[in-house]
Ligand binder design. Structure first.
Ligand SMILES: Cc1cc2nc3c(=O)[nH]c(=O)nc-3n(C[C@H](O)[C@H](O)[C@H](O)COP(=O)(O)O)c2cc1C
Length: 317
């Protein structure tokens, strides 16, 4: 039994959050499997039409009484609508990313919604705490998706964030197994958020070719692409090679913007174009070599975490 401030805050059995991932968790299936197994399942609103989001929330709610969350990137052009849906449908937990909480948080507090805020910087984490968030997720530079601009690694970022705030901290970026979760708890975090690991499950809404490419990737096969734009960590492919070559050749900002905008996550995630699309994934892709049902994965992660903590504890004499 891994009981932490996070499990108590959220009413979940295990201190494990399935990271909100555009397309991969923009469905009911992944969040449902994780929440049923006692972790926190998260629906990623980012690429969803409002009615699809409503439908996914209703499906999760109809099939489990366990807590679940919706992830809303606050910069998203539809974020106001997503936030309204979270309130209107009584979603218990909101995970907000990419933007500050201040302008929105009051009405969520009034409605009793738990607000978890994603940050990649301890100063921003403290500001979010001051604005009233209930917990923060600190995402290090190893992570898939959008790493913070400073690219500080998880080991340093999580420790700095734990020192900066009093609310529970969730560590994220580079965690693929129970040893990684145990490491977060040892750093003083109250839980861990895993993205890439939960992407490699049958429930994740990604094209099979995408999953296959991430499964095959080694720890050095990802790169941060698009620095100075909206950088992403992705598996290296033909698009990333062309982009890096253009940077090296001194391409203008205009040319780089056009090249970066030509490729999308959707192209890889939905159409399976894994050479020209953005195959977002974290460095821990290199630690994962099997697709595993999400519910079984949660159970295995818990067993591994307990074993890793016991083993580390046995060093203390
Ligand atoms: C394909 C992909 C899509 C993502 N989309 C989002 C998103 O829509 N919103 C968000 O807050 N984070 C997003 N993330 C970040 C994850 O929620 C999580 O923080 C990250 O994956 C953790 O690092 P890891 O991949 O090393 O486990 C995404 C990550 C990946 C791999």
């Amino acid at each position: 039994m891994l009981s932490t401030r996070l499990t108590k805050l959220l009413g979940i059995r295990h201190p494990i959050i399935q990271g909100g991932m555009s397309w991969a968790s923009s469905n009911a299936e992944l969040a449902l499997a994780v929440s049923r197994a006692g972790g926190l399942g998260v629906i990623a609103a980012g690429p969803m039409y409002p009615d699809d989001l409503r439908e996914a929330i209703a499906k999760v709610r109809a099939n489990t009484d366990q807590p679940f969350a919706v992830n809303v990137p606050l910069y998203n052009k539809r974020s106001a609508e997503y936030l309204d849906i979270v309130l209107e449908m009584g979603v218990p937990i909101l995970i907000a990313s990419q933007g500050g909480p201040k302008a929105h948080i009051a009405r969520f507090k009034d409605a009793g919604v738990t607000w978890i805020h994603v940050t990649a910087n301890p100063v921003h984490a403290k500001k979010a705490e001051d604005a009233g968030v209930d917990a923060v997720i600190a995402v290090g530079g190893e992570a898939g998706g959008h790493p913070g601009p400073d690219e500080v690694g998880t080991l340093v970022l999580v420790r700095a964030t734990v020192k900066a705030v009093s609310v529970p901290v969730v560590g994220a970026g580079g965690i693929a197994d129970g040893a990684g979760i145990a490491a977060m708890l040892a750093l003083g975090a109250s839980g861990a958020q895993l993205g890439t690991r939960f992407m490699l499950t049958p429930e994740a809404g990604l094209h099979a070719a995408y999953k296959e490419m991430v499964l095959k990737a080694g720890i050095g096969d990802t790169a941060i692409v698009g620095r100075g734009r909206s950088p992403i960590r992705m598996v290296k492919n033909a698009f990333s090679a062309e982009y890096e070559a253009a940077v090296a050749a001194g391409a203008s900002d205009e040319e780089l913007n056009a090249l970066f905008a030509r490729s999308s996550l959707r192209q890889a995630a939905k159409d399976g174009d894994i050479e020209q699309g953005k195959v977002e994934a974290g460095q821990c892709a290199g630690l994962i070599d099997t697709l595993e049902p999400a519910g079984e994965l949660v159970e295995r992660l818990v067993r591994e975490t307990e074993a890793a903590l016991a083993e580390a504890g046995s060093c203390v004499r």
